[in-house]
Design a protein around this ligand. Structure first.
Ligand code: ADP
Length: 432
């Protein structure tokens, strides 16, 4: 580089000395002419190389970087070095991209990226196959135009992705898919689809089996229960020394009947893939109704209060929600000793609708909380049975809530009490 700069300095110095010499030997005009001519040649050279650089920049290709001379040799060498680095980085990037593409396509799950407007940006071949997409025509289209399942659309827009979503995709030969969504930066989302058709078939068989067994057991149990009741009511039919046994038989048949009813309800809700009805639910009325039920159940053993925000109602399936919220209320009564306090409330929190039931009952140790919605999970089996529990209540609640895109939040402290809150998305609120 120094060498190159010296060449320019040498040329300009030589030109100046020759011109000075001419001026001294002849006169000013020929000296000025030679000096001007020299400068013009020097300028023309620069213009020529600028033109070469411009031509190259229009279509840059490594083997065709001009060589240049003088100052321009240095410029073109730097351009060559920069372009070589660039090409090496590009090759490295291409290799990494190709490796990523091979790995992504080897994953049996489908991967798909949605932009902030939920349009499809990119997806793997498996996602294309599982979701029945064709990236040649579907790229940049909103996913809701292609997967028109209303429950999926509600799941996508609701942006609560704690639980995966089961999607029966008619675009791809009735496959059952499990969809998980992971939010990325810039409001992009990664959607992962997994084919769970076989698992779902086994699960459906299990559900059908439980539903059929429960159904078959219901009639004989009703008959047995009915006979026991009749015998107990008939004067002299049951000897006094056997009455207590008959009482136990009656309790156990009642318990079994309750269990069967809960099993049937659970399997019905689990296999229901229909979108729940969207009735407007008057929450002030529902809260009062639940308060009355609670008072009847408590039979004066607890102090029960209720408040409802009168300005907001809810949209959803009234029967399902009444049963789910009622379950939380009955749990509060069952797990709060006599003299305890229970509060039922419907209010707003950060634009979300919250229905909560608080009690100052026995409370729950932290380690159990995340398992309470599992089937038959009970902190204290004895207490649950004593109070007529089946261990299925909160599983039913969880299913009903997930059908309404709502979440169950549980806070509790042993000995101090619990709060069960159902958080409904803003889209389900109806302003009065
Ligand atoms: P169960 O029929 O046994 O009440 P659930 O599914 O309704 O079944 O509840 C599961 C378990 O959660 C219960 O067995 C109980 O241990 C615990 N639980 C539920 N609600 C409360 C509450 N309000 N206070 C304390 N424990 C509760």
């Amino acid at each position: 580089m120094t060498d190159i700069r010296w060449k320019s300095i040498l040329f300009l110095s030589a030109l100046s000395i020759v011109s000075l010499f001419l001026w001294l030997m002849t006169s000013f005009t020929p000296a000025l002419s030679v000096f001007t001519l020299g400068l013009l040649i020097y300028l023309a050279c620069h213009l020529y190389w600028i033109h070469q650089l411009h031509l190259w920049l229009m279509q840059p290709s490594l083997p065709e970087v001009p060589e240049g001379n003088g100052l321009w040799e240095g410029v073109f060498n730097a351009v060559l070095k920069y372009e070589r680095n660039n090409q090496a980085k590009q090759t490295e990037l291409n290799v990494a991209l190709e490796r990523f593409r091979i790995v992504a396509n080897a994953i049996p799950d489908g991967l798909l990226i949605l932009n902030a407007a939920n349009q499809i940006e990119w997806c793997t071949a498996n996602a294309e196959f599982q979701l029945g997409l064709d990236m040649r025509t579907d790229k940049n289209l909103p996913i809701v135009n292609l997967i028109r399942n209303s429950l999926f659309i509600a799941y996508l827009y609701n942006e609560v992705y704690d639980e995966p979503f089961k999607l029966k995709n008619d675009r791809n030969s009735d496959a059952m898919l499990e969809i998980s969504i992971i939010p990325l930066t810039n409001r992009q989302k990664l959607l992962i689809s997994r084919d769970v058709t076989q698992l779902e078939k086994i699960d459906a068989m299990r559900r059908d089996f439980i539903a059929n067994v429960s159904h078959e057991l219901r009639t004989p149990l009703t008959v047995v229960g009915g006979f026991i009741e009749t015998l107990m009511d008939m004067e002299g039919a049951v000897p006094d020394n056997l009455r207590s046994y008959f009482g136990m038989m009656q309790d156990q048949t009642t318990r079994m009947r309750r269990l069967i009813e809960d099993l049937l309800t659970l399997s019905q809700i689990e296999s229901n893939t229909q979108i729940p009805e969207n009735n407007p639910i008057n929450m002030t009325m529902l809260t009062n109704m639940l308060l009355n039920d609670a008072q009847a159940l408590s039979n004066g053993r607890h102090t029960i209060t209720a408040q409802a925000n009168p300005h907001f109602d809810l949209s959803g399936a009234i029967d399902e929600l009444q049963s789910a919220l009622g379950n939380l209320v009955s749990n509060a009564i069952r797990y709060t000793p006599e003299g305890g306090e229970i509060n039922i409330s419907w209010h707003l929190r950060d634009n979300l609708g919250v229905f909560s039931v608080s009690d100052n009952g026995i409370g729950i140790d932290q380690q159990h909380i995340h398992r309470l919605t599992e089937r038959f999970y009970r902190v204290d089996k004895g207490r649950s049975r004593e109070t007529g529990g089946t261990g299925l209540g909160l599983s039913i609640v969880k299913h009903i809530l997930s059908r309404h895109q709502a979440k169950l939040e549980i806070t509790s402290k042993p000995g101090a009490g619990s709060t069960f809150s159902v958080v409904f998305p803003n889209a389900r609120l109806l302003q009065k």
